[in-house]
Design a protein around this ligand. Structure first.
Ligand code: LLP
Length: 416
């Protein structure tokens, strides 16, 4: 569902006018559509209907409590990668019993917190982690539920920074080591094997790599079950891409049915860890043009959002569509859309044809995933406000950060 529409020449998200949102909450500000998020979740849920399943939202994509609460209310679990994310799940009223814990560097303190809360499963990524988890659980008199994250060595055909399923990657354990490590896990007294896990990368726009990875995982499942190591669930990770520009990712139902075909006759509960596909196109970053600057070679539109608010263009050279909130009829000019940060990499879009004036509002689209969650305070810039729209109502779900908060934890030295 696309929550955006032009009404009376003003861009609206659901039934809320973005001009009014900017007046009320100021810019820069992230704006999300409650309906788009809900429908994105339901598409996954419905595609898995009739099969035991749990959709564990990869909350690194956007971890605002209001969004976590919404997904929890729809029945979601969560894929976390830190103790901090687990604390967010608890703060949002999510069920720790539906949490899977991924990540290559879990600390003992994080393991303890997760064991205390009774999470569903640790997605273990190395032999050393198996030993540490076994020891930690033993000290606490608990049994830790585990899956091994297996690296299926398939090429996800995406940006190298977000491709994780190849042999050279730091993630997961090698396919050829998996049997040995499962035997080890089965022999460790404070671990209980629950499942198997894989995640091959992000922003995947083809079904093929997912299907190939599943084939590789199922070979292992069969080998394990032949040895009497029985798995309760298969966690197939996240990674389904969205349309930013002209990508054509498969619809959710098509991607899931390609997986379900291969799973016929197997009783395992299916876990998925989607992040971007649930929130990416349900959010935008609203920004205002501060200055128009005509250079000798290029025109610049300097806006009040920057790379610290949305890092994806600077970090991955990622494309986000940028559209005017109140379009003009003119043909416009070609602009570099840049922020105020002191880096040449501080751009939000290259060579965009827009009819612009100082003070105009722009919407940077597809910014619901890995936008706010990757933001920083670089240049002592306060993080943007976040607003959720439902119908014509809007709700402030994160206040603009007060500048004093940025240095509240800092201390100067005593005088000599
Ligand atoms: N599960 C695991 C173990 C992951 O590492 C990730 C993402 C996901 C699930 C969710 O993937 P998704 O469904 O969102 O593709 N910052 C980058 C994306 C990094 C993804 C990291 N891991 C970006 O802005 O494109």
């Amino acid at each position: 569902m696309n929550p955006l529409s032009l009404q009376h020449n003003h861009l609206h998200i659901e039934s809320a006018d973005l001009v009014a949102i900017a007046d009320t909450y100021a810019t820069p500000c992230y704006v999300y559509s409650h309906t788009a998020l809900t429908q994105a979740f339901q598409a996954f849920d419905q595609a898995l209907h009739g099969r035991n399943h749990l959709i564990c939202y990869a909350m690194k994509a956007n971890s605002n409590l209001a969004i976590l609460r919404l997904f929890a209310s729809l029945g979601a679990g969560f894929d976390i990668v830190s103790g901090g994310e687990l604390q967010r799940v608890l703060a949002a009223g999510g069920d720790p019993g539906k949490v899977v814990f991924s990540g290559v560097g879990k600390t003992t303190a994080e393991m303890r917190l997760a064991l205390d809360c009774g999470i569903l499963c640790f997605n273990v990524e190395s032999e050393a982690e198996l030993h540490r988890l076994n020891e930690t659980a033993g000290q606490m008199g608990k049994i830790a539920p585990v899956s091994l994250r297996v690296n299926p060595d398939v090429d996800a055909n995406t940006h190298p920074y977000i491709s994780t399923g190849l042999k050279g990657s730091k993630f997961g354990v090698a396919h050829e080591d998996a049997l040995r490590l499962y035997r080890l896990a089965a022999s460790l007294p404070h671990l209980k094997i629950e499942g198997i896990d894989c995640h091959i990368g992000s922003q995947l726009t083809e079904t093929r790599p997912f299907a190939d990875a599943l084939d590789r995982v199922l070979t292992l499942v069969d080998a394990l079950e032949a040895e009497g190591i029985v798995l309760h669930h298969l966690d197939l990770g996240g990674g389904l891409g969205i349309r930013y520009q002209d990508e054509t990712p498969p619809p959710v139902a098509e991607y899931i049915s390609a997986l379900l075909v291969k799973l016929q006759g197997r009783a395992h509960t299916i876990l998925l860890e989607p992040g971007r596909a649930l929130v990416g196109n349900g959010g935008l970053l609203l920004t205002r043009v501060e200055y128009i600057k005509r250079g000798t070679e290029k025109n610049f539109a300097i806006v009040d959002a920057a790379m610290n608010d949305l890092m994806r263009p600077a970090l991955y050279d990622a494309h986000h569509d940028i559209v005017p909130v109140v379009p003009r009829a003119g043909n416009g000019e070609v602009y570099e859309i840049v922020g105020p940060v002191c880096e040449s990499g501080d751009f939000l879009g290259h060579e965009r044809r827009l009819d612009l004036r100082q003070g105009d509002l722009l919407a940077i689209l597809s910014a619901g995933a890995y936008g706010m969650s990757m933001s920083s305070n670089y240049n002592t810039r306060a993080r943007a406000a976040e607003v959720m729209v439902r119908g014509q109502d809007s709700f402030l779900i994160r206040e603009r950060e007060p500048i004093e908060h940025l240095f509240a934890l800092e201390h100067t030295l005593p005088r000599l």
